[in-house]
Design a protein around this ligand. Structure first.
Ligand SMILES: Nc1ncnc2c1ncn2[C@@H]1O[C@H](COP(=O)(O)OP(=O)(O)OP(=O)(O)O)[C@@H](O)[C@H]1O
Ligand SMILES: [Mg+2]
Length: 394
């Protein structure tokens, strides 16, 4: 059998993989949260954390689909960038929810009144919706007050219909915007409708790089009440399934031993799985994809990742920050321990610890290091980055 190269089912870079594998426990927890919101409105918002390429955006999309399937109004994954204006971002999200509300059913008079009122509040507060390109009208108050007010108005409007906001790349939000988001969704999770005694079923699920957790904590004490599931790489069995079931979508397969080798090569990181899978598919020698194919594409895949994934991230660091990363990478590879203390890193660099302290904060901001525990040791954010850095020296 020869393989149809055009039918390649692997999709590196797409947050909607053709075949979505694993994550059952995350989905179950999310469904429990949704059910709690539906019944009494008391579940805390969720922020998924994980390293680049581990599958946070794909999981968020999954969550959005699940909520929609249960009848929630969903503002689909809104991607935050360094230039995001929160009023505009939420303005668009509100417009999306409004459109679903109007499209879903004919509104009775009361609902129409509420909708008009909601529009008024949102425009007054400078949440501009789809009218991109126009400057916001004078916002009424602080970002957190305005966001809270609009969300409460929305909750009053949708009432029995729960609403979910999905935000991605949370680490890019400036501090005041993040504070507003945390404040507003915490308010919604705790406030009771004075008229009915009901809670408001308007909530958020978000995702971000590991440093987002410390950013949230810093942005406000309310952040303590949110859930922060850690998104892990796929395990061996899931990785094997990811290779095989993706190939099977296009009536092909990956042998068990090739897929197992794929696990060793990728460490179960979905981004890497998609890259190795695609290259093995395009090699097109054996059908099903064999161990020989997998071995043959390994150096090509490494080069591809170097170019698209590793080197772009390394260039974010200044030469001095790169020295630190190199020293840390040597320690990680030699010891096999991901977490390294500032003192050990300083020692490896041959410098006094106090002289390198200032290098860490920018490396965290750039998404190259993170601290799993406040004041604890540091880890590299990019998966397999230490191996990559050491290979540059070797
Ligand atoms: N559960 C999964 N099964 C199969 N493929 C997946 C899964 N999750 C993610 N992928 C694939 O892995 C790649 C990376 O996924 P995704 O973009 O969701 O990662 P991410 O954690 O959001 O990364 P980043 O931090 O860079 O935004 C994509 O090509 C995606 O299609
Ligand atoms: Mg993502």
């Amino acid at each position: 059998m020869t393989r149809d190269l055009e039918a390649n089912p692997f999709s590196p870079g797409s947050p909607r993989p053709r075949r979505f594998v694993g994550r059952e426990a995350y989905i179950e927890d999310f469904e429990v949260s949704l059910a709690k919101w539906e019944s009494d409105g008391t579940a805390p918002p969720t922020i998924l954390l994980g390293v680049p390429g581990v599958g946070k955006s794909a999981l968020l999309n999954r969550f959005a689909d699940i909520a929609q399937g249960r009848g929630w109004l969903v503002a689909q994954r809104q991607k935050v960038t360094a230039r995001t204006d929160l009023r505009r971002l939420f303005g668009q999200a509100f417009a999306e929810v409004e459109a679903q509300l109007i499209g879903g059913k004919t509104l009775n008079r009361r609902a129409q009144e509420l909708l008009a009122r909601f529009k008024e509040v949102r425009v007054q507060s400078g949440f501009l919706g789809v009218t991109v390109g126009r400057a916001p009208s004078q916002p009424a108050g602080s970002l957190e007050q305005d966001l809270t007010a609009v969300l409460i108005e929305m909750a009053n409007l949708t009432r029995t219909l729960p609403v979910l906001f999905v935000l991605d790349e949370l680490q890019f939000l400036p501090e005041d915007s993040l504070r507003a988001v945390i404040y507003a969704f915490d308010e919604l999770a705790n406030r009771v409708d004075p008229a009915t005694g009901d809670r408001f079923a308007v909530t958020m699920v978000a995702a971000g790089l590991p440093q987002a957790k410390a950013m949230c904590r810093k942005a406000g004490q309310y952040a303590e009440r949110f859930n922060y599931p850690w998104v892990r790489e796929l395990d061996r069995e899931e990785t094997i399934r990811a290779f095989r079931e993706t190939a099977q979508l296009a009536d092909d397969d990956v042998t068990e031993e090739a897929a197992a080798r794929g696990y060793e090569l990728t460490g179960g990181y979905p981004q890497f799985i998609q890259v190795y899978g695609e290259l093995a598919w395009l090699r097109g020698v054996d059908s099903p994809i064999s161990l020989r194919d997998m071995e043959a594409v390994a150096p090509v895949a490494r080069a591809r990742l170097e170019e698209s994934f590793f080197s772009t991230r390394l260039t974010l660091a200044t030469p001095e920050q790169q020295d630190l990363l190199m020293a840390m990478a040597r320690l990680v590879v030699e010891s096999g321990a991901k977490a390294q203390t500032l003192t050990n890193i300083a020692h490896e660099m041959g410098r006094p610890p106090s002289s390198i302290t200032y290098l860490f904060a920018p490396l965290v901001t750039k998404g190259l290091l993170f601290q799993p525990r406040p004041r604890g040791p540091y880890e590299m954010t990019v998966p397999k980055f230490a191996d990559y850095l050491v290979s540059l020296e070797g």
